[in-house]
Design a protein around this ligand. Structure first.
Ligand code: ADP
Ligand code: GLC
Length: 492
């Protein structure tokens, strides 16, 4: 195997800064590639939200000059070590010294996001040059860094340091494309000749992701089913033609999991531990979770967990429309954790007051509680309208917490349907995006819990045996990297 030099350029990376699954993927993939012997660097913005003391950030380089439009802009670079993996942080106070990553506390997008992330993408490439790191692969993620492949092709094609790099763009969510006003196009320095409807232009504005899809040597997304869905007009947010144009150079790879972070036998967040052959600990975590969330502490009532960003994608409207009927008609408990849209927060927040002992909810972001719920619940519900991959259901499998999911995107790829005749499968799937379908599938899971305990045991043991470790998934990325390199070579 040739040792590759890989630059991962992203807007989030666990453990330094995380909003959602993107951070877990960037951190996990980088670590796995590093452990497989490749030379990997990760480059992220130096947000105010990153705890410099905790992560021992050190000054690395100052100043770093970055050409934007036709003038040079200056920033600095910090460095941290993540188990031997170098992580670099682009420091630019005006752009990143704010409370949020992408939006203000009221959830309004920062209006200069196109400048912030355009600058960041260009700065990340400049950093590679200035520190003499000549990558074989530049791997960008989502709209935030989608301009990196474009800068490589437009500005660095004959560069001594960057000219040989092949670029990969991974799409984690097509609902977010980075659409901004054309007034900022000059600043990006992408040349007006490229402001066309197949590259950056859309309805007179800029679409960052679209440009990335055009310029990357290879485009991936985070599950094969989402890759298929997004080739159709229904699932593509308008991108089907651009993705279809990439032919076989657009494909899906299911996300991996960092089982040092998500493992019931080792999980540092948990009060008790367990594994496939010693399940008593799971019952203890369930009791501790029931207590913590003010639920009735009982062994024999099924507990359904939900951990989610409260955004349209996640289908919590379907749960909001069915949860009261569910707890009225079935002997079941819910433990809910999430934050986001105010309407959902206002609904789920006070719900425990109306169903004491049966519904527990916590509005906010709480990493430890997320682990408790994934570990202590019997089922884990994700009724997503769409889900590019989804990580929580994969974590849940390892903890013997059976996923109940809508069969879309990565949820469909990672959960095997329960077969009532044989007891095979790893979870419960439903198809229709309706409140009724959520009610019915929960009813199916709950009746399995009460009426077919032998099947529950089979499902749980098969779920816990599933392996989505990054070591395996990183292999799939390495194949893609090789293909991207040969794509690039064949195009000269
Ligand atoms: P997405 O990235 O679309 O939010 P994923 O399932 O890929 O969906 O990843 C979500 C990640 O964010 C998981 O690691 C999950 O545990 C975490 N998460 C989401 N909401 C919260 C929350 N309120 N508190 C703690 N962790 C959360
Ligand atoms: C996005 C998607 C989610 C996916 C995550 C990591 O946030 O919504 O489905 O798991 O990215 O790829």
């Amino acid at each position: 195997m040739t040792r590759l030099k890989i630059a991962l350029i992203a807007s989030e990376c666990y453990p330094f800064v995380k909003v959602g699954g993107l951070a877990d993927v960037v951190g996990g993939l980088a670590k796995a590639l590093h452990q497989a012997g490749h030379e990997v660097v990760v480059i992220v913005p130096r947000y105010a939200a990153i705890d410099g003391l905790r992560f021992k950030l050190q000054p690395f380089l100052s100043p770093l000059g970055v050409w934007m439009g036709n003038s040079q802009e200056w920033c600095a670079v910090q460095h941290a070590d993540y188990d031997g993996l170098p992580v670099y942080f682009i420091e630019h106070d005006h752009y990143f010294g704010r409370p949020g990553l992408y939006h203000d506390p009221e959830f309004y997008d920062y209006q200069d996001n196109v400048r912030r992330f355009g600058f960041f993408s260009r700065a990340a490439l400049q950093l590679c040059r200035d520190m003499g790191f000549s990558p074989d692969i530049v791997h960008a993620h989502d709209w935030q860094t989608a301009l990196a492949p474009a800068y490589l092709k437009i500005w660095h094609w004959d560069d001594a340091y960057l000219g040989n790099a092949a670029s990969i763009l991974t799409i984690h969510n097509l609902a977010h494309q980075g659409r901004y006003h054309a007034d900022d196009y000059d600043y990006l320095g992408l040349q007006w000749g490229n402001f066309t409807s197949d590259k950056f232009e859309e309805f007179g504005g800029i679409n960052m992701l679209k440009g990335g899809i055009y310029y990357a040597d290879l485009v991936t997304t985070v599950s094969p089913t989402y890759a298929r869905e997004t080739r159709t007009p229904m699932g593509s947010n308008g991108f089907a033609p651009y993705l279809a144009r990439r032919g076989e150079d657009y494909l899906g790879i299911v996300n991996g999991v960092d089982y040092t972070q998500w493992n019931p036998a080792l999980d540092p967040h948990l009060p008790h531990h367990f594994g496939p052959r010693r399940m008593a600990g799971k019952g203890r975590v369930k009791a501790a979770l029931q207590k913590r969330m003010q639920l009735e502490v009982t062994r024999d009532m099924p507990l359904i967990g939900v951990v989610s960003r409260f955004v349209d994608q996640k289908g919590l409207d379907l749960l909001a429309g069915s949860i009261e009927a569910i707890v009225s008609d079935m002997r079941v408990q819910f433990a809910l954790l999430g934050a986001g849209e105010k309407g959902l927060e206002w609904y789920f927040g006070p719900l425990p007051g109306r169903y004491p002992g049966r519904i527990g909810s916590y509005i906010g972001y709480n990493e430890a509680l997320a682990h408790w719920i994934v570990a202590g619940a019997d089922f884990f519900l994700m009724p997503s309208h769409f889900e590019p991959c989804g990580l929580n259901q994969i974590y849940a499998l390892k903890y013997g917490t059976l996923p109940i999911v809508r069969a879309t995107g990565g949820l469909d790829d990672t959960v095997q349907q329960y077969d009532e005749a044989t007891g095979d499968g790893t979870g419960f799937k439903f198809w229709q995006a309706t409140q009724r379908a959520v009610y019915d599938v929960v009813g199916w899971a709950v009746s399995t819990y009460y009426d077919r305990p032998q099947h529950m045991r089979k499902l749980i043991s098969r779920a816990m045996a599933q392996d989505f470790s990054w070591a395996t998934q990183a292999e799939a990325y390495l194949h893609v990297y090789q293909r991207a390199l040969s794509n690039k070579r064949s195009l000269g």
